[in-house]
Design a protein around this ligand. Structure first.
Ligand SMILES: [Zn+2]
Length: 269
């Protein structure tokens, strides 16, 4: 059974931010309602959590959500358990990118709302996946995305498979409705440049890092940097909550985020 959150009519990025639960939050709610037993995050019963950010109220992130206009859209196709994980970073994308859509994946069914979104002429979908798994003619480069920006006003819609790598491969193979879309492959020098900039040795990219890279390729570097900085702040809050340490709102991660947010021209406030 698929219980995806239906995409809403696109809101202008300047619309009152965060007035409604976003797509990942709605998908989580739907998924929780379907559970026959309560989902326990690692570490046991989670206690009181903020509904807006999934963190302990003492470590709430909600006041730090970036609000800036983003032209690109993100379509998250999520493995069954992903919306339930408190550490899922697709949530952070939905916090920031107004046009974020989220659907649960199932092998035998596809949500008609997902098909409608993919067919919507305002979007040019790009399936983000390693190019080595697809025919070369399907693989696009950042140059193509940049040039597509001017084509008939289409906005890029980055389709991300939010799952572990084995799950993502299965989703990729068993979702024929994605077969017709160009594949944006990030397995390239872009990744190593990104990795160098982020000074991280880990070769795993989380979903919001992939989205940040997509935003950069789509010509939205400020949004890309903001999403990266927001991920760092989220990680900071998440780990400090786990270790029962207070949040330091003046540390480097917070300062970087506040330095990026809401430049005068884009401020909705
Ligand atoms: Zn919160």
């Amino acid at each position: 059974m698929l219980h995806a959150s239906a995409p809403q009519a696109p809101l202008a990025p300047q619309a009152v931010p965060h007035a409604l639960p976003h797509a990942v939050s709605r998908l989580r709610t739907t998924r929780l309602a379907r559970s026959s037993k309560p989902f326990l995050a690692r570490g046991g019963p989670s206690g009181e959590r903020c509904a807006g950010c999934r963190l302990l109220p003492s470590h709430c992130l909600c006041a730090l959500r970036p609000a800036l206009p983003v032209r690109a859209g993100v379509c998250l196709i999520m493995a069954d358990v992903e919306p339930l994980k408190p550490s899922n970073t697709g949530w952070l994308i939905a916090d920031m990118v107004a046009d974020t859509f989220a659907f649960g994946w199932a092998r035998t069914e596809v949500d008609p709302a997902l098909l409608a979104l993919l067919a919507d002429p305002q979007w040019q979908p790009y399936l983000v996946f390693p190019g080595e798994f697809v025919a070369a003619e399907r693989v696009v480069t950042d140059t193509l995305i940049a040039s597509a920006k001017g084509q008939a006003g289409k906005r890029p819609l980055f389709v991300l498979l939010d799952a572990t790598w084995p799950e993502a491969r299965k989703m990729f193979r068993k979702s024929p409705y994605l077969d017709s879309f160009p594949v944006l492959s990030l397995q390239s020098e872009q990744l190593s440049r990104y990795r160098l900039r982020r000074s991280q040795r880990d070769t795993h990219f989380c979903t919001s890092e992939v989205a940040a890279l997509c935003l950069e390729l789509a010509g939205e570097p400020h949004a890309a940097q903001t999403l990266e900085a927001y991920l760092d702040v989220f990680t900071n809050h998440y780990l400090r909550a786990k270790n029962q340490q207070p949040v330091d709102l003046e540390d480097a991660a917070h300062q970087r985020l506040s330095g990026l947010r809401w430049p005068a021209a884009a401020s909705p406030l």
